[in-house]
Design a protein around this ligand. Structure first.
Ligand SMILES: Cc1ncc(COP(=O)(O)O)c(C=O)c1O
Length: 473
């Protein structure tokens, strides 16, 4: 049900000579002509709009009948009144202005382009099952579900996450240590505002995940890039550059973007530094579940004898990113501080979404889904690798790590930088990303990152590889 928005239109004004029905009429007409109301949009009933505006119902009815008479409105019996579907669609315009060419129209959601990094297989998400679980939750909603939720997260979801982490990731924690957030960035922002002071130094991986740097930087902290080699973060370099850093943020299961797993020796060095420097370590375990050779590695948090590690998980890769849900596990010694910090603002996570995810985990769908996705991604990765080898022959070298959702393709002997190659691929509609843009000291820092999770068939893989070859030249 749509009412003419106030921002672009004159309000109801009792002090002018213009009759009220004429003012209502003008509001609608302008909204339609400015493209704010569109053909087919349903309008409020005369009775409810009259009550909303504090005018007599007859006033609104007079306006509606004039709008219908001039062809702006069209009555559809039981279905109510709509803006005439036969009117031409207008471009939206800014408040008070004439239609202009540069008025920005809001874009609807767009499907991600081929080879997009970091997203799960969107065609393989069990939508029907999800819709059923969500509908069941919606039907069962009681008064408590309509009230504000716990800012630390919906209790059944915190319990389900704690149980899952204990079994699957080797992380022993109580539900009270789990804080539900709006995703990884929200978790990191919560950590930063709870544990860090302005100008505190934080080690980040180089190359690394840009949002980590951006979140910390925008919160006023100083990021210290620390190189990554084939054993993960080079802890000794971090110690040399900034021994008194307050925190380190790492992706030990599957380094983003290089894909290496942090060796046990490095894990122990990092924990040792943290405990001596009284620093915190944030473990970003964004896709630790996806490993195609051998079992998933236990989380760094499982080795955390000194309680220095905060574990950040996300449902973006294991369910879908539009869900906007993640979680943070904090050491027991920090639980109260995080409870206080989380009370300052809502975590932004709708109760019904949290409850549905809890059902999904508890009813066993989550582990079944993960198992299926592991098999599917291994297959899809093989499809893309084979197609790239066929298209490029020995001009391409592909780094395959044990896990993850993307591969790194290196185009040997190409005279152009990976930034140029990525730009060409993107111009051809393929969302390849240059490795060198992810940091400054990358080992063998040139290559194209490509997500393989949505490469659905051998034919599609072949077409993508052919398109890429034509684009790279
Ligand atoms: C390294 C890394 N960490 C975390 C995430 C998850 O972030 P979010 O929960 O904000 O979707 C991603 C997603 O792309 C990622 O690549």
């Amino acid at each position: 049900m749509i009412e003419p928005p106030d921002n672009a239109l004159p309000g109801i004004d009792r002090s002018t000579a213009t009759p009220l029905h004429r003012q209502v009429y003008e509001r609608f007409r302008t909204a339609i002509e400015h493209g704010v109301l569109r053909p087919g949009d349903r309008v409020a009933s005369a009775r409810s709009l009259a009550s909303e505006l504090g005018v007599a119902r007859g006033t609104v009815e007079a306006a509606y009948s004039q709008l219908a008479g001039e062809g702006y409105f069209c009555a559809q019996g039981q279905a109510g009144t709509v803006v005439s579907p036969s009117l031409p669609v207008q471009r939206p315009v800014r408040a008070g202005s004439r239609p202009v060419a540069d008025a920005p129209a809001l874009a609807g959601p767009a499907a991600p382009p081929p080879l997009q990094l970091g997203i799960p297989a969107l065609d393989a998400f069990p939508r029907k099952l999800w819709a059923r679980l969500m509908a069941r939750r919606a039907r069962a909603m009681g008064a408590a579900d309509l009230f504000y939720g716990d800012p630390a997260g919906h209790a059944p979801l915190r319990e389900a996450i704690a149980a899952y982490l204990r079994v699957s990731r080797g992380v022993a924690c109580q539900p009270a240590q789990v804080f539900v957030t709006g995703g990884y960035r929200a978790s990191l922002a919560l950590v930063a505002r709870t544990l860090l002071a302005r100008d505190d130094r934080v080690w980040i991986e180089d190359p690394g995940y840009a949002p980590t740097r951006d979140v910390l930087h925008s919160a006023g902290h100083r990021v210290v890039p620390v190189p990554v080699d084939d054993e993960g973060l080079v802890v000794a370099r971090g110690v040399r550059r900034s021994p008194k850093a307050r925190m380190a943020v790492v992706t030990p299961s599957h380094q983003a973007p290089l894909g290496v797993s942090m060796s046990l020796a490095r894990r122990l060095q990092l924990l040792d530094w943290a405990s001596r420097a009284k620093a915190w370590v944030v473990e970003d375990d964004y896709d630790g579940e996806y490993r195609y050779a051998g079992a998933p590695l236990p989380a760094l948090k499982s080795l955390d004898g000194h309680d220095r590690v905060l574990y950040a998980g996300s449902f973006s890769k294991v369910l879908y990113p539009g869900l906007a849900l993640g979680y943070l596990v904090v050491p027991e010694s920090l639980r109260e501080r995080f409870e206080n910090a989380s009370r300052i603002a809502s975590n932004g996570c709708p109760q019904i979404t949290q409850a549905t995810v809890a059902d999904f985990i508890r009813d066993g769908h989550f582990s079944r889904h993960l198992k299926k996705m592991r098999l599917l991604y291994a297959r899809r990765r093989a499809l893309l690798v084979e197609a790239l080898h066929k298209a490029f022959g020995d001009r391409v070298r592909i780094d395959l790590q044990a896990g993850g959702m993307h591969l790194i393709a290196r185009f040997e002997g190409h005279r152009d930088s990976d930034v140029v190659l990525a730009r060409r691929a993107q111009a051809a509609g393929l969302n390849c990303q240059p490795l060198s843009a992810r940091g400054t000291t990358a080992v063998e820092g040139q290559g194209l990152l490509m997500g393989f999770t949505n490469v659905a068939s051998p034919t599609q893989a072949r077409q993508l590889a052919t398109r890429l070859r034509a684009a790279l030249g």
